[in-house]
Design a protein around this ligand. Sequence first.
Ligand code: COA
Length: 423
Amino acid sequence: MARESTAADVIAHLRPGMRCFVHGAAATPTPLLDALAADPALHDITLYHLHLDGPLAPLDVAHAGRIRSVSLFTGPACRVPIAEGRADYLPVFLSEIPGLFRTRALPLDAALVQLSPPDAHGMCTLGPSVDVARAAVDSAPMLLAEINHRLPRSHGDSAVPLSRVTAWTETDRPLPEHAPTPESPVVARIGELIADLVVDGATLQMGIGAIPDAVCARLGNRLELGIHTEMFSDGVVDLVEAGVITNRRKPILRGQLTTSFVIGTRRVHDFVDDNPTVSFQPSDWTNDTALIRKIPRMTAINSALQVDLTGQVVADSIGHRIYSGIGGQMDFIRGAARAEGGRPIIALPSTAKGGTISRIVTTLDPGAGVVTTRGHVHWVVTEHGAVNLHGLTLRERGERLIALAHPDVREELRREWRGVRNY
Ligand code: COA
């Protein structure tokens, strides 16, 4: 039976009430989502996903009540639906999402994925996003796919036999891209301070955004760096091409960059395409703290929205407003803290909203979600300096973090801090 058909025919395999995984980032299967939104017969559909990219028709207010999205890590398109109560957010470590699918604590009926075309052995791949998609594909009884001729073919634990796919539609469309953010003077300074903490032979974990790019831009004279991360972007490609990232001193998957997904421009997609030196692995493996702690000089660089004067790190919400997710921050911060010579780093500009709001605060905003606790935090970096909070008292932390705040707010923070702590 031919299983290749239109997106509408593929989606017609779903039934009302089904719980579906949706492949994320550049692998978001947009034509399948469009067809789902356009099929009024499908109601009570729940979509579980990480950050989705491109147009997201099912999130349109017109489909509220018929299709419900549940973000396990969210991006721009879901923030308003979540804030309006039309969509849900589920806070969870990236390392533990695959377990939710595999144990059927979140029982999936179907997985909607984007795959690279099959090779001579009938094997497709999950392309640039293996992360939690591996577990979803392994545990969902029904697999519905967009097979995109432009999706990179990835190595690692990424193969999906075409014989496993219930139905698919073929496309040849470009992937969504994320261009590097231009570097501001604040981010440049943060990049310098973090680069000073990266030693030769370190293995790096970094997220997306201006800060990781600024760090990469300043590591050109380091020797023998490695990558073991949940994701990487264009800045890492520069360092590979410059011979700085060799992965030779990394004990786990030596010689290979290890990641669970990539986000970036076509450059990073071309770089990973059929590249045996990039090993895509599921996020319960890449983000396993017990594995990360075995990597000497593990250097985890993560960002934050707010940090209080005791060292509590907010990363998934701005007050009550859900902004992103827990992701792998704690997985890597903890793993790096336990690794020999490891460096767990939280980096953020000292202010937000054009300098009008301090991100270093005495008291967190009501509703703010602590991702890294004050027990787990080590290095905090802003454009005004870097401090290792590990082993410091609350009083010492307050003093050191006030020095990392913008000079205009330091006096006010001191006053507030004396008020709440009686120092
Ligand atoms: N109050 C109000 N607004 C704030 C704010 C605060 N305390 N902190 C930040 N903002 C605003 C910024 O001004 C910016 O707004 P703009 O887009 O209008 O300029 C926006 O929120 C985002 O801030 P920014 O610093 O640019 O965020 P980012 O894109 O660098 O992402 C995190 C930072 C924390 C959201 C991101 O790193 C994350 O999701 N982390 C959690 C997961 C994780 O760490 N995973 C591991 C690595 S992938």
